[in-house]
Design a binder for this molecule. Structure first.
Ligand SMILES: Nc1ncnc2c1ncn2[C@@H]1O[C@H](COP(=O)(O)OP(=O)(O)OP(=O)(O)O)[C@@H](O)[C@H]1O
Ligand SMILES: [Mg+2]
Length: 459
């Protein structure tokens, strides 16, 4: 009842507190010291370039933005997309600087740019604008004004003491990436003259080198920072912060359920909390101190499945589709079924091989590595993730895992011709069952013998 008498000092909108699709705002929780300290140190070290990597949704952008707020006055973000050329990248970074160079006349931000640098910026800007309007209609490739070299761009960043963030850098085509690693070198060299200039590349991959392959000579001047998935304590804190800001109150078992189902992914935690609030008509900080229970969580999960069912379907279909040369759908399903064991959260390559080679199975073991690599790529929906630190593989999130389990079960049962609605209810039961069986049991407990009896119908 404590919340009911709480004096509401400030009201927050629920959508600013629970942010499933955008970087964390008011409910930002501190990350592990090691990660945040390395980032602050790298941001504060002149000349140090930064690569931030980790599982999609692990909180890379949120952590960087929060840390930049504390360390840098200005930063430009370029969101990389597939098909983006090196020239597009440079043009985007340059355009991002525009507001600072044009604001310079009014000097609202209280910084001074040397007049000759400003003049050179505005000259290039005029040429680039012309090129961009004509190139859309007439040309395939953007031609940068010759004065807009990577060196010059780095100087423009340096002059206003800004750093440049390249988001989703893993999406850039390998041929363009090579040039971009040179860009990192240019920024590094420019820091001799301008100490704040810095390039930060972020990639949803499991090794820093997969974001940018930089030269060995740069080893000591690049900081690779891994952002892991969130632990239960951090997820719990998101909910507790939300409770505090919105004056609501989740029961203990409701919190446990959200934390467990989220499986390290804060976006699931935010989405479930948001669904719960919306379902209970809570749009902003409550005056009443509403109590939220497990049945609110169940309704939110059901809704979440409903919202994601198309995405889950297309992700699974991508994962098991035939390839051009042969129909390997059944082999991929068999491989995925190992992960679908409710008590198999993460698994090593060796454990997978052991399971797949246990008679009467006749899995072509030489293909396992290839399949695992393919299943991590966008072409197969990125359904498998490899944790480079532990060397273990797992299915990317519990919803995909439960979906795969239900689908494999369905396709193994020829009489199981069910409606989409019925399928969703099976999926819902499966997700709750997975929650009850604690999907994150230690892989050391993996019992190969019991997996032999793996039968979906018994669950
Ligand atoms: N420290 C945090 N505290 C609270 N919520 C967080 C935190 N970090 C991330 N989140 C939430 O997790 C989700 C993913 O965050 P974010 O976009 O920062 O991850 P990301 O690693 O950059 O993802 P992607 O690889 O898809 O770009 C969002 O819902 C965000 O609000
Ligand atoms: Mg991000």
């Amino acid at each position: 009842m404590q919340n009911q008498v709480k004096k509401i000092i400030k009201k927050y909108r629920v959508k600013d507190v629970f942010t499933p699709s955008t970087p964390a705002k008011h409910s930002f929780v501190e990350r592990e010291q090691k990660t945040s300290n390395s980032l602050v140190k790298a941001l504060s070290t002149p000349g140090k370039q930064i690569i931030i990597y980790g599982h999609s949704g692990s909180g890379k952008t949120s952590l960087l933005l929060k840390t930049l707020e504390r360390t840098y006055d200005k930063y430009i973000i370029t969101r990389c997309m597939e098909g983006m050329s090196f020239e597009n990248l440079i043009a985007d970074g340059f355009s991002g600087l525009g507001k600072y160079y044009t604001e310079e006349k009014t000097n609202t931000k209280g910084f001074k740019v040397a007049p000759e640098v400003s003049a050179s910026f505005l000259g290039i800007q005029a040429k680039l604008n012309m090129e961009m309007t004509s190139s859309a209609a007439e040309k395939q490739k953007l031609l940068l004004p010759p004065q807009l070299t990577p060196q010059q761009l780095a100087k423009f960043f340096g002059e206003i003491k800004a750093c440049w963030v390249l988001e989703d850098f893993h999406k850039i085509h390998p041929s363009e990436k090579k040039k971009a690693s040179q860009l990192m070198k240019v920024f590094m060299d420019t820091s001799v003259e301008y100490e704040d200039v810095k390039l930060i590349a972020i990639g949803a991959v499991n090794a820093g080198r997969l974001v940018i392959e930089y030269d060995k000579e740069m080893n000591n001047r690049v900081s690779e920072i891994h952002v892991p998935l969130m632990n239960s304590e951090q997820l719990r804190k998101i909910i507790l912060k939300g409770e505090d800001l919105l004056n609501i109150n989740f029961s203990y078992d409701a919190i446990d359920k959200i934390v467990n189902i989220s499986s390290g992914l804060a976006s699931i935690c935010h989405q479930l909390c948001l669904n719960i609030c919306f379902n209970r008509d809570i749009m902003e900080t409550s005056d009443l101190g509403e109590k939220l229970t497990v049945s609110d969580v169940d309704a939110a999960i059901e809704e979440y499945i409903e919202e994601r069912s198309d995405t889950l379907k297309s992700q699974f279909d991508k994962a098991v589709k035939k390839n051009k040369k042969e129909d390997n759908t059944n082999e991929i399903k068999e491989l995925l079924s190992v992960f679908c064991r409710t008590d198999t959260a993460e698994i090593t390559y060796e454990e997978l091989q052991t399971y797949l080679s246990t008679p009467p199975k006749k899995f072509p073991l030489h293909k396992v590595k290839n399949y695992l690599n393919e299943l991590q790529a966008p072409d197969r929906g990125e359904v498998i993730v490899l944790d480079n630190h532990s060397g273990k593989y797992s299915i990317c999130d519990p919803f995909v895992k439960s979906y795969a389990k239900c689908k494999i079960k369905q396709s193994g049962n020829l009489n199981m011709n069910i409606s989409a609605q019925h399928f969703k209810s099976i999926l819902f039961d499966e997700i709750l069952a997975a929650f009850h069986k604690q999907i994150h049991l230690d892989v050391n407990n993996l019992d190969i013998e019991s997996m032999e009896n793996f039968d979906f119908d018994e669950d």
